[in-house]
Ligand binder design. Structure first.
Ligand code: FAD
Length: 527
């Protein structure tokens, strides 16, 4: 039962069940379950696994109500349990209600249509089939509200926003948005039907689906989204000021105490999420050169080569202020001219800190975050600036293909990505992050054949990391991890095909080139 036959891994956003865990997981579970019993040798199951993974990712925010699992009946260890559950065909989909008993073997879905959208809608129906008593506790009501119910919200102040999705009776958008917002606080979502004519008239709604928003301060209006699709509604609501993911309950949760928090009081710097800030990039470089690398006493061999390539890439591509670019170029000249195969890091620090300052070349003296500031000092900051830096560098490489001419990295579409990969693997303080990044690089980086594809590869992988980290402890509640760019930043990047959100990659590339391009880097707050 080797690596190669495993269709699902711990990295997937679903639960891998076995004979040891199936019954105890289902018994009196606080959530409902949808489990796929599959066989790792069945061709169908292999072909179907990407859909199942996509489904699990798509309904990731629903896990307090319904969870997705898999169990491999081809694994010897699971033979008996599959027999006990009478699994005769693969794949078999079974639904299990919340709070089930040990004897519950679930309800089989017999339909032939296994499209993602169909299965997702079945999950919604299944949740709705729970009684008021056995419904998973965090799951809000999915039934439509009546006209009076909604109109009674008018003019009242509240602790939270209330969004109402108005839709036809057979539409699933409202219920999906309700479930998408389940892990978020300070927002409630309801649905109402277009058959409620008086409601539509009162709210001035003429097309469906539509969304109407009641603000905490008592005002209300039609929700202004570019496309009336599930992803646009959900994303709009998740990004409302004050709305954030409920904190993960854990003793290790960094305290958001007022004195440590940058988010409260005068320290907070206003910024625009549609811009990139030069101070974040410079602070990132400052931290990287003066703190992260400085933990290495000497650089030699592969480490030295990685460092030289890194300095080459930034010296040639960093779209920074003249004094900073000159500093990087001087550092590069010095590194290239040194005949040594081993350099004490102190010498580099001395050069950056003292010698260069005398000639007026300097990096910012202190670290300050703007676009990368977090609601507590433990969140965002440096890793955010590093992502930003590498996105900027891939975009620069694509718009100035000759920039690396006459260097060792000339004409290599992978120059920036490989340098990033080696930097992250060798020096980045978070070794777990490095391990994950390396696994992603091994899987697909070699398929990147052009500078533009490199821009898109990094974007795609960053989103993969965002998916993995959503709801984790490194997520800043004020900056929830989402698929980026969000619809408010780039409406044209988002489309829907057969009920599944899809990216328009051509538009994404155009957007990335604009967003991370020189003209969009703001000098605000640089001293
Ligand atoms: P970040 O994810 O740091 O993003 C910074 C900014 O980039 C965002 O504010 C947004 O404007 C923009 N952005 C977001 N998504 C994209 C995208 N797809 N394409 C382009 N721009 C985008 N943390 C862990 O806990 N575990 C890990 O395994 C892990 N791996 C990491 C691997 C690497 C290579 C790096 C650099 C960081 C890693 N981190 C990991 C840290 C984590 O990814 C975040 O950087 C950190 O949690 C701070 O998050 P943030 O909210 O500032 O957003």
């Amino acid at each position: 039962y080797g690596q190669t036959t495993r269709l699902y891994t711990e990295e997937d956003p679903l639960i891998i069940l076995t004979s040891d865990t199936l019954k105890q997981t289902l018994h009196n579970s606080s959530t409902a379950w949808l489990v796929q019993f599959y066989s790792s040798w069945c061709g169908h199951c292999i072909q179907y696994s990407p859909t199942w993974k996509a489904l699990a990712g798509d309904v990731r925010d629903w896990i307090q109500a319904i969870r997705i699992g898999v169990l491999d009946c081809a694994h010897e260890k699971n033979f008996d349990i599959c027999k006990e559950f009478s699994i005769h065909f693969y794949p078999t989909f079974r639904y299990f209600k919340a709070h089930g008993t040990t004897f519950d073997v679930g309800k089989t879905y017999k339909g032939a249509d296994r499209e993602l959208q169909t299965v997702r809608q079945l999950m919604v129906n299944f949740l709705q089939n729970h009684t008021r008593q056995d419904r998973p506790a965090p799951c809000p009501p999915l039934e439509p509200s009546g006209t009076e119910d909604i109109l009674s919200l008018m003019g009242w102040k509240s602790e939270h926003y209330t969004a109402v999705i108005i839709e036809d009776g057979d539409s699933y958008v409202g219920r999906e948005v309700i479930l998408d917002l389940m892990p978020f606080e300070r927002v409630a979502v309801k649905r109402a039907l277009t058959s409620e004519k008086r409601l539509l008239e009162k709210l001035g709604i003429t097309v469906a689906p539509a969304a109407y928003l009641f603000h905490p301060n008592g005002t209300h209006s039609i929700m202004d989204v570019q496309k009336r699709l599930r992803f646009f509604f959900s994303s709009f609501l998740k990004l409302l000021p004050g709305v954030h993911r409920k904190p993960v309950t854990s003793v290790h949760q960094p305290a958001l105490s007022a004195n440590k928090s940058q988010g409260i009081g005068e320290m907070w710097k206003e910024f625009d999420r549609s811009k990139v800030y030069m101070v974040d990039l410079e602070s990132g470089l400052h931290y990287l050169l003066r703190v992260e690398l400085a933990t290495h006493k000497t650089l030699e061999g592969e480490e030295l080569k990685t460092f030289k390539d890194f300095v080459t890439v930034v010296a040639k591509l960093f779209p920074g202020r003249q004094s900073v670019v000159k500093l990087l170029e001087t550092l590069l000249e010095w590194l290239v001219s040194l005949p040594l195969d081993k350099i004490p890091y102190d010498a580099i620090l001395d050069l950056a800190n003292n010698k260069m300052r005398i000639s007026g070349l300097y990096l910012s003296q202190r670290v300050q975050w703007v676009g990368c500031q977090g609601s507590s000092t433990a969140l965002r900051g440096y890793p955010c600036s590093l992502w930003t830096l590498f996105h900027v560098l891939t975009v620069q490489a694509a718009s100035r293909p000759d920039a690396l001419a006459n260097t060792a990295l000339e004409e290599d579409p992978l120059a920036v990505l490989q340098t990033m990969r080696r930097y992250i693997g060798t020096f980045f303080g978070c070794s777990e992050c490095g391990r994950h990044f390396e696994a992603m690089a091994q899987e697909s980086m070699s398929q990147v054949k052009s500078l533009e594809k490199a821009v898109l590869w990094l974007w795609r992988k960053h989103n993969q990391v965002n998916t993995r980290l959503a709801g984790s402890m490194s997520e800043d509640p004020m900056f929830p991890k989402t698929q980026w760019p969000t619809p408010d930043l780039c409406p044209a990047c988002h489309e829907e095909q057969e009920g599944l959100h899809v990216w328009n990659e051509g538009m994404v590339l155009t957007f990335l080139k604009q967003h991370y391009g020189t003209a969009n880097i703001s000098p605000k707050y640089t001293s």
